[in-house]
Ligand binder design. Structure first.
Ligand SMILES: Cc1cc2nc3c(=O)[nH]c(=O)nc-3n(C[C@H](O)[C@H](O)[C@H](O)COP(=O)(O)OP(=O)(O)OC[C@H]3O[C@@H](n4cnc5c(N)ncnc54)[C@H](O)[C@@H]3O)c2cc1C
Length: 356
């Protein structure tokens, strides 16, 4: 059985940031990632060197010290969210009117290379070789000294088993409680606390449409739109820092349980973009759509009931480590500050790496 000092479960921002910290201290680390890609909720399909954020797009330098420091440290370029001009408001019956823009406060910034630039930048510092993709963890068993981690599906014999002195759960606690078998049982209170920590944005769907011109800007529009009709509820300019491509991006306004399949949603999104911004908006160079509620390694059934208000996050049951300090919580939903955001993912990674 393979042995390693620390196993990190999940190669989202928190897992990769934990790994980078431990690798920098010459510690032996393995990151087990269920998906066949890195990034978790960070997902940036590439179109001609532009990376379209289908997960997080923004950070807020004024209130995100960890992200800002990482951006600077990695030398990633950031640029402000385009917000100049009027916004649009679409009523339930499809009536569209211009309204004054609603700039974000504090100001939001995007990254050249998309948010994936953070994950790639962290991995480039030496963690690349410790990632194992397509390794869904299904069971964690406490041993006298450390833990045994099984990879695979619970209804089949494990694909592989590994032991480690420390295990870091760098995934949403609700997902961990719902999909990983813990032996011995986690306490009732801890399991409930984990299940109740809703996974931020897991119930949402996001689109990104790319164009060679920003026709809305020429009309004095910021690209920002709010709709009571849908399928999109909120739209923003998603253009790159310089020239093409320009972009519109935003969130479906329809709750997860009522959303249709990707083909139907894409058709309806293009029709709505044309209604708001003119017929050219229905012919993007590329259209991307991601329904996070259908992603088994992000959302659970509980997340399909939309959670629009930002919940208070904290370590589950107040615990940052359990099992005699061998099993540690990371992941943005376990952060005491900025939970749910990229900032929280980095805050939790710093804490978990220090605990190891
Ligand atoms: C649509 C959307 C928009 C957002 N917008 C913003 C924004 O503008 N600004 C902002 O700050 N934040 C935003 N967020 C939140 C941000 O994406 C998260 O805070 C951050 O990415 C969470 O990182 P994480 O590492 O904690 O979790 P995750 O990214 O969820 O990583 C968890 C990892 O664990 C893996 N995993 C799950 N189960 C297993 C298993 N059993 N075995 C092994 N691996 C497993 C997953 O595949 C995943 O890679 C947004 C999120 C979404 C979805």
């Amino acid at each position: 059985m393979e042995e390693v000092e620390t196993i990190i479960i999940g190669a989202g921002l928190s897992g990769v940031a934990c790994a980078a910290r431990l690798v920098a201290q010459n510690r032996s680390v393995l990151v087990l990632e269920a998906r066949s890609r890195i990034g978790g909720r960070i997902l940036c399909p590439e179109h001609q060197d532009f990376f379209a954020d289908l997960g997080p797009s923004w950070f807020w330098p004024m209130v995100n010290p960890e992200v800002s420091a990482l951006v600077q440290d990695l030398g990633v370029k950031s640029y402000p969210q385009f917000e100049q001009g009027l916004a649009l408001f679409e009523t339930k019956d499809g009536h569209v009117q211009t309204v004054s823009g609603c700039p974000m406060e504090p100001p939001a910034f995007r990254l050249e290379g998309g948010m994936m630039a953070l994950v790639k930048g962290l991995l480039a510092r030496g963690g690349e070789n410790c990632i194992r993709l397509d390794h869904p963890v299904c069971e964690i068993r406490r041993l006298d000294h450390g833990c045994r981690v099984s990879v695979g599906h619970l209804d089949q014999p494990p694909r592989c088993e590994l032991t480690a002195s420390n295990v870091i759960l760098a995934l949403p606690p609700r997902l961990a409680a719902g999909s990983i078998l813990f032996t011995p049982d986690l306490s009732y209170d801890l399991s409930q606390a984990m299940l109740k920590a809703s996974t931020w944005m897991a119930g949402h769907a996001k689109f990104f449409a790319l164009y060679d011109r920003a026709s809305w800007r020429r009309l004095g529009l910021s690209g920002q739109a709010f709709s009571q009709r849908g399928p999109l509820g909120e739209i923003h300019d998603g253009s790159g820092a310089g020239d093409t491509p320009y972009g519109l991006t935003g969130f479906a306004g329809i709750p997860a349980l009522r959303r249709k399949d990707e083909k139907t949603m894409s058709r309806d999104i293009l029709a709505q973009l044309a209604q708001l911004f003119g017929s050219g908006a229905a012919q993007p160079l590329a259209l991307y759509y991601q329904d996070w509620a259908t992603e088994a390694f992000t959302a659970t059934e509980y997340d399909k009931r939309s959670c629009h208000n930002h919940p208070e996050f904290y370590p589950p049951g107040g615990r940052t480590s359990i099992w005699n300090n061998t099993l540690h919580f990371a992941g943005t939903e376990t952060a005491g500050q900025f939970g749910g955001y990229l900032e929280g993912a980095l805050v939790s990674a710093r804490r978990a790496a220090a605990a190891v």
